[in-house]
Design a protein. Structure first.
Ligand SMILES: [Zn+2]
Length: 221
């Protein structure tokens, strides 16, 4: 079983931040400020790489089912057997006290990799991922984006490069795109451009070069 751990290798137990946090807890407790003592005021990105907006968008769609720790949903988790090495990573993240909640995210399909994320406010931090063979992020991004691209038969095929440019649009607008047909008058890279629209209220007529992904606004739809 492949396991990918995200924690940065630093000795958190003896780090300056950790000691400041422990001091704060001790002072709060001595003042009877129990709730304050549990407020986390450290930045988790010291230890774990935060997910960017784009990564969050992709991961939440790739792994749509969530088991929340604070909602008590972990006791029913039986989708797969979590490898011991991954359990150790989760335990380490718990001990860091950096997170207000944890989620196991899964597609609940065989052979696709579950992941545990830690939450600090609205930010998400990957803790550990495991599976038969872990797909690289770009591959996962393409799998997710493909679900948002509809290509009608008259639009023909598009290159990987053009597909990546559509993926950017999908991510930026959080919507799907539909490709309809090729145009005789608009050409790029020696090919007829394909008309497409974003599946939103924005109905600006656009065309994309199926080779390089150049996008143009067009006049005669
Ligand atoms: Zn082109």
């Amino acid at each position: 079983m492949a396991v990918q751990a995200y924690a940065k290798v630093i000795d958190f137990a003896t780090s300056v931040d950790r000691r400041l946090f422990d001091d704060r807890q001790e002072i709060c407790r001595s003042l009877g400020l129990e709730r304050q003592a549990n407020v986390i005021d450290l930045d988790a990105s010291e230890l774990y790489p935060p997910l960017s907006k784009e990564e969050t968008w992709v991961w939440l769609r790739f792994l749509p089912t969530s088991y929340s720790f604070t909602a008590g949903e972990w006791k029913d988790y039986s989708f797969d057997i979590i490898p011991t090495i991954a359990l150790k990573e989760i335990s380490k993240a718990f001990e860091s006290k950096l997170f207000i909640n944890f989620e196991i995210r899964t597609p609940e399909k065989l052979l696709i990799d579950p992941m545990v994320i830690g939450l600090q406010g609205r930010r998400m931090f990957p803790i550990v991922r495991w599976g038969e063979s872990l797909k690289p992020f770009n591959e996962i991004k393409n799998i997710v984006c493909d679900k948002y691209i509809t290509i009608y038969s008259h639009a023909g095929q598009i290159s990987e490069k053009a597909r990546n440019i559509l993926c950017e649009l999908i991510f930026q607008n959080s919507c799907g795109v539909s490709l309809y047909r090729r145009l005789f008058l608009y050409r790029h890279c020696g090919q007829k451009m394909a008309t497409f629209s974003l599946n939103t209220d924005d109905d600006t007529p656009r065309a994309i070069c199926p080779e390089c992904g150049e996008i143009r606004v067009i006049n005669n739809w």
